[in-house]
Write a protein that binds this ligand. Structure first.
Ligand code: FAD
Length: 561
């Protein structure tokens, strides 16, 4: 999941929240919990656990070395299992990956935001690794459809986020009765009619509808496809969204370290067949090997599962197969344009033109953008200290990202791709302050664009999303999360995470951790060294004075005026 610099806090209605109850299931090892409702949830959940008996040290295979796989392998190692990690790429990290720009600056091609500051283990890791963090606060600029700066950008932004917050609450409270075909866009249209009933405000309404589209980059899918019924599943951990200015590099390295030290990690090894038979898992790989394990944890992305269900033998049960089909998989791409210097900051107030900048429904660039897709950027030149570089980071989602990746794939040479990107984005960056046609300072010196949508190992997309037509979104997630323990097959990954962290790096991390603990429980094992400080079970201690980390939109006390 990606984000804008924004933050929400609210009082919590802890016990009524589905999100809270869901997160409580991740507290299985917190036996000291005094909260009766949570104890009941734990008992219910434990009663569903399998128990395994084993005379030798069980051997567990983890498929995929993304954040979920790495965290799962770490937990399993802590509990004394023999762990083999099979990873198709020649590196660990999966979607959490960095590349160096020609300028020498490192950038995240996948996650760079940390969603929520309240008991978020990824934030803990950022602090431990001294990863520089940043927030642009309320800095925000919007260009209208004619290419001119909108004077009331702030006002529009406030209305837009108010409606988003109302949509979260409405979705959470009415999920059982909302028509599955209703979209977030429908909700916006209704609310804008209420907010601006007269004909006089048609322009305002249009601008706000265009701004609503910006939500697409958050979920990797357009607002007209965002299910209103399951919009509440997009609720995030409470607190700010922080930008990892120092990138996820050290966070990833810390999560990977125990695996590199203690597991058997096989890179460039793609799993092609998973057969379960009488308590034994046989795994075939693309390099012609056949391996046997006691359990397998499959952490491949949801998009990969959708296209590769045939890998499982016997076939997946119909309900699990339906769950995999039902949850959507979005697309999000990032494009980095680096300039000789940040010319747009050459204003008396240096901080004036930074943060998030948007170009709504551009009517002036139809040659390169005939669909008039919105453009949006985050300015990296105001990151703290040595993290700053004169780079504009554009985000693209949905059909636009598919189209862009297709165009880039047609161009074999880097020069051709860069030329295409500069031509595509020029109508937008040329509207920034101090732009001078022909000035070297105003032309990008390097371009870097992701193409996750073409990456089979990323599931040809970015992360899970909840689309219109979805009937049982929450149940689908739970079904995937349950996996098939009776067949010794477990599923982890962002698509199986606690509801509050679906689609995020935190969710991936928690999902791997939860499966590791469930397997340990099934074998009656306790951690050799007491586990480590980042266990999800310890993140929501009910006996602490602090609010649990589920406060968010669905619990938000809104001023309905
Ligand atoms: C562009 C983009 C921006 C994002 N921004 C953010 C953000 O700002 N904040 C945030 O919290 N989240 C963000 N996310 C989401 C976040 O990256 C993911 O939720 C998280 O990294 C998923 O981790 P995972 O372990 O579940 O999956 P992955 O990281 O995809 O790991 C799965 C692994 O399985 C491997 N694999 C696949 N098939 C096979 C096979 N057959 N055999 C063996 N191995 C296989 C893959 O190579 C991969 O390494 C973003 C994602 C993208 C794409």
């Amino acid at each position: 999941m990606d984000a804008y610099p924004m933050s929400y806090t609210s009082p919590s209605r802890r016990h009524s929240s589905r999100i809270y109850q869901d997160l409580a299931r991740y507290r299985l090892s917190n036996r000291a919990c005094t909260d009766v409702k949570i104890q009941q949830l734990v008992v219910d959940f434990q009663s569903k656990l399998l128990t395994r008996s084993h005379s030798t040290t069980p051997e567990i295979c983890v498929v995929g070395a993304g954040l979920a796989g790495l965290r799962c392998a770490d937990i399993l190692l802590q509990h004394g299992f023999k762990v083999t990690v099979l990873e198709a790429r020649d590196r660990v990290g999966g979607r959490a990956h960095q590349e160096t720009l020609p300028s020498g600056h490192l950038v995240d091609l996948g996650p760079n935001w940390i969603h929520g500051t309240d008991h978020n283990p990824i934030l803990d890791l950022a602090k431990t690794t001294k990863t520089a963090m940043h927030t642009w606060g309320e800095k925000f600029k919007v260009f209208g459809a004619d290419g001119n700066l909108l004077g009331e950008g702030r006002e529009y932004n406030d209305v837009m986020w108010k409606i988003i917050a109302q949509a979260f609450k409405y979705s959470a409270q009415n999920t059982s009765t909302i028509n599955p075909n209703e979209s977030l866009k429908d909700f916006f249209e209704k609310k804008l009619l209420e907010e601006f009933p007269g004909q006089a405000d048609l322009d305002k309404k249009e601008i706000l509808m265009q701004m609503a589209e910006l939500w697409g980059a958050f979920v990797g899918s357009p607002v007209y496809r965002q299910s209103l019924k399951f919009f509440w599943l997009e609720e995030c951990i409470d607190g700010e969204n922080l930008f990892a200015a120092g990138t996820y590099k050290e966070i990833l390295a810390t999560i990977a370290a125990p695996v590199l030290a203690g597991a058997k990690l096989e890179l460039s090894t793609k799993v092609t067949h998973i057969k379960s038979c009488s308590g034994v898992i046989s795994i075939s790989t693309d390099n012609g090997r056949s391996l046997e394990f006691d359990e397998v944890v499959v952490t491949t992305p949801l998009g990969w599962l959708k296209k590769n269900k045939h890998v499982f033998d016997p076939p997946l049960p119909p309900r699990l197969s339906t769950a995999i089909d039902s949850i959507g998989y979005g697309s999000l791409e990032k494009i980095f344009l680096t300039f000789p210097r940040a010319f747009w900051l050459d204003t008396p107030d240096k901080q004036k033109f930074t943060g998030s900048i948007q170009w709504l429904s551009p009517q002036y660039a139809k040659e390169t953008n005939p669909a008039c897709w919105n453009q949006e950027v985050v300015d990296l030149s105001t990151l703290p200290g040595s993290c700053a570089h004169p780079t504009l980071l554009f985000y693209m989602y949905g059909d636009q990202s598919v189209a862009m990746a297709g165009e880039l794939a047609l161009r074999n040479e880097r020069e051709q791709r860069d030329k295409y990107l500069v031509e595509f984005f020029k109508p937008y960056f040329s509207r920034l302050p101090n732009y001078k046609e022909g000035s070297k300072d105003c032309m990008p010196v390097s371009c870097l664009a992701t193409t996750w949508v073409l990456d089979d190992l990323a599931g040809n997309g970015s992360y899970s999303t909840f689309r219109t037509g979805l009937l049982e979104g929450d149940r689908d997630i739970e079904i995937m999360r349950d996996g098939l323990p009776d067949r010794n097959i477990w599923l982890a990954g962002e698509h199986t995470s606690p509801f509050v962290a679906l689609g995020t790096s935190t969710g991936a991390y928690w999902s791997g951790e939860a499966v590791g603990l469930r397997i340990a429980d099934a074998y009656g094992k306790t951690a050799r060294d007491g586990g480590d400080q980042h266990e999800a079970s310890k993140l929501t201690t009910g006996d602490s004075d602090k609010e649990v980390n589920i406060r968010g939109f669905a619990d938000k006390e809104l001023d309905e005026s």
